[in-house]
Write a protein that binds this ligand. Structure first.
Ligand SMILES: [Zn+2]
Length: 340
């Protein structure tokens, strides 16, 4: 399996030492070779200091992460959520807080108390991909974060985009949502390609949620899925499925796209998904085989809470946890490699 990944929010300064220890003592010995850190605004951007979180990592701190990954032959990839996920629950994220003119749905006000479902259909805000000013800012962030991470790849998120091509947007209303989504993927991909960097995204918007029964979270109910035939073939798809070991990697590989399966909490599913990944690689044509790139454990808490659980400082209330899933996944990957 070429990619053996781990994805988590970037640590905060106070948790950095322990996280670096975790990389050296737990990720590297298990053979993890790809680490995606969700950075967003947890970095002291120099190009856009107005977008920094108040408690953000310094360049020197990032360089410590870069060094430990280099030492252990781990490709480190920063993620900044683009297009969707520009708010979370009742909180607007920094981009739209500072540049509200980029908001795809300016008429949707952030609620005092967030509940789902709600009459606005507000899950997360999106930026408008056709706003004439948005890419200048976004490209500055991409270039700066890739430079500081000294990396050849960037993860743009782009999952769960519920607001796209909205009637209230004067630029996007009436346009084809699949074309809007694919257009934004291509715009970001082409910018990265100028410096020979590759784009990684989550795969959910490219799957038909109705026809597959996979639903509106892990797949799309808003007709973005036709974008699967419009995006550049060198984009790497992180195909996340948490409830079932869905067979969607085959769909992506048959479209000529590179795919990585991403489990989260359920160890039994992660084991099956790892076995499937090996099966897909073994029983595919040479044309498709290399598109099945591997597995990546995803952790949706911060690094701090995950390490609290991992090191036993926080009791586990269930067997289905990211810690158990991570351990089971990498035990299985090792077993599969040994039995080859
Ligand atoms: Zn728009």
């Amino acid at each position: 399996m070429p990619v053996r990944g781990f994805c988590i929010a970037a640590p905060k300064s106070r948790g950095l030492d322990e996280f670096i220890k975790f990389i050296g003592e737990e990720l590297a010995p298990r053979g993890v070779n790809t680490l995606i850190l969700r950075v967003d605004y947890n970095y002291q951007y120099e190009s856009h200091p107005e977008l920094r979180d108040s408690d953000a990592l310094s360049k020197r701190e990032i360089k410590r992460l870069v060094a430990v990954c280099k030492k252990n032959n781990i490709l480190i990839i920063p993620q900044v959520n683009l297009l969707g996920h520009q708010s979370w629950a009742g909180k607007t994220e920094n981009l739209l807080k500072v540049y509200p003119e980029f908001d795809e749905t300016p008429l949707v006000k952030m609620p005092e108390k967030y509940i789902w479902p709600n009459s606005d259909g507000l899950y997360c805000k999106s930026y408008c991909p056709l706003h004439p000013g948005v890419h200048k800012v976004v490209f500055d962030l991409i270039d700066e974060i890739c430079d500081v991470f000294e990396t050849t790849a960037f993860h743009a998120g782009m999952d769960e985009v519920f607001y796209i091509g909205e009637p209230q947007c004067p630029r996007c209303s009436g346009r084809d949502k699949a074309e809007l989504f694919a257009g934004e993927v291509r715009t970001i991909r082409d910018h990265l390609a100028l410096k020979e960097r590759r784009l990684w995204i989550w795969g959910d918007r490219l799957i038909d949620g109705k026809a597959t029964g996979i639903g509106e979270w892990e797949a799309s109910y808003n007709n973005t899925y036709r974008a699967v035939d419009m995006i550049p073939k060198d984009v790497i798809i992180c195909d996340w499925h948490y409830e079932r070991p869905d067979q969607t990697p085959v769909y992506f590989a048959m479209k000529g796209l590179n795919v990585i399966t991403c489990p989260y909490r359920v160890p039994g599913n992660a084991v099956l998904q790892a076995q499937d990944m090996v099966k897909f690689r073994n029983y595919s044509t040479p044309e498709m085989k290399d598109h099945f790139m591997g597995m990546m454990q995803t952790v949706w808490s911060g690094a701090g809470p995950f390490l609290d659980s991992f090191y036993g400082r926080r009791p586990m209330t269930s067997a289905d946890t990211p810690v158990n899933c991570f351990k089971a996944l990498y035990t299985e990957i090792q077993r599969l490699a040994d039995s080859k």
